[in-house]
Design a protein around this ligand. Structure first.
Ligand SMILES: Cc1cc2nc3c(=O)[nH]c(=O)nc-3n(C[C@H](O)[C@H](O)[C@H](O)COP(=O)(O)O)c2cc1C
Length: 196
């Protein structure tokens, strides 16, 4: 059985939905999973002052915070973040920037890495976010698993994505299906690579 960690940041809940779909797919393929949010960096008073942020945080109150051990434990890791100005959020980057000790001992080398993201507009930076985020995996010697066009209907070769519009639009059925199928593929690939 492969071990899959899904580590993500989500302010309003869309990236969380994609993370859950990936986890569901990985479980369906027989994997043991860990769903982990990264530490929030937005000050409490800012969150309290925003209905959207408060609602997004309430959705995630029971999800454990990621620790370095969750990365070491896994055979495959999916990293997810909303797009911020065409790039990764500071929250996910903050967590990744703490992985120096893992890098120093090569703890993530040979593990499978995958990426997912979303943005408010269809061309708002999905590809730049995943490509710039993925340099992390190169430096750790991880094996990057893109989505390609391996799943029928996929137009997201870099990894699963969503378009959130003005924020009121939930992650779509098709976006969810692609993330779910991708989760299955991630589990199967990680299992093969780990020789399980
Ligand atoms: C500071 C900031 C920068 C953003 N930059 C972009 C962007 O470059 N392109 C875009 O389409 N959406 C952008 N967005 C919208 C977010 O990507 C969108 O709110 C997010 O994907 C929703 O995900 P979540 O529900 O998981 O938080 C930005 C939002 C914020 C708050």
């Amino acid at each position: 059985m492969a071990k899959i960690t899904i580590v993500y940041y989500s302010a309003y809940g869309h990236t969380l939905d994609l993370a859950k779909a990936i986890e569901k797919g990985a479980k369906e393929a027989g994997a043991e999973t860990r769903l982990r949010k990264v530490k929030e960096l937005v000050p409490d008073d800012v969150i309290k002052g925003s209905q959207g942020l408060s609602a997004g945080h309430a959705l995630q109150k029971d999800i454990p915070e990621a620790a370095l051990g969750d990365l070491e434990w896994a055979d495959g890791i999916a990293f997810g973040t909303p797009t911020r100005f065409g790039n990764t959020t500071a929250q996910l980057r903050n967590f990744l920037d703490q992985t120096g000790p893992l890098w120093a001992k090569g703890a993530l080398a040979g593990k499978v890495a995958a990426f997912f993201t979303g943005a408010s507009t269809p061309h708002g930076g999905h590809e730049t976010t995943i490509l710039t985020l993925s340099t992390f995996a190169y430096h750790h010697g991880m094996l990057i698993m893109p989505m390609g066009y391996t799943i029928k209907g996929s137009g997201d070769p870099y990894g699963p994505t969503y378009v959130s519009g003005d924020g009121s639009k939930p992650v779509g059925e098709e976006e969810t299906r692609l993330a779910y199928e991708f989760g299955k593929n991630l589990a199967k690939t990680a299992q093969k690579i780990a020789g399980k």
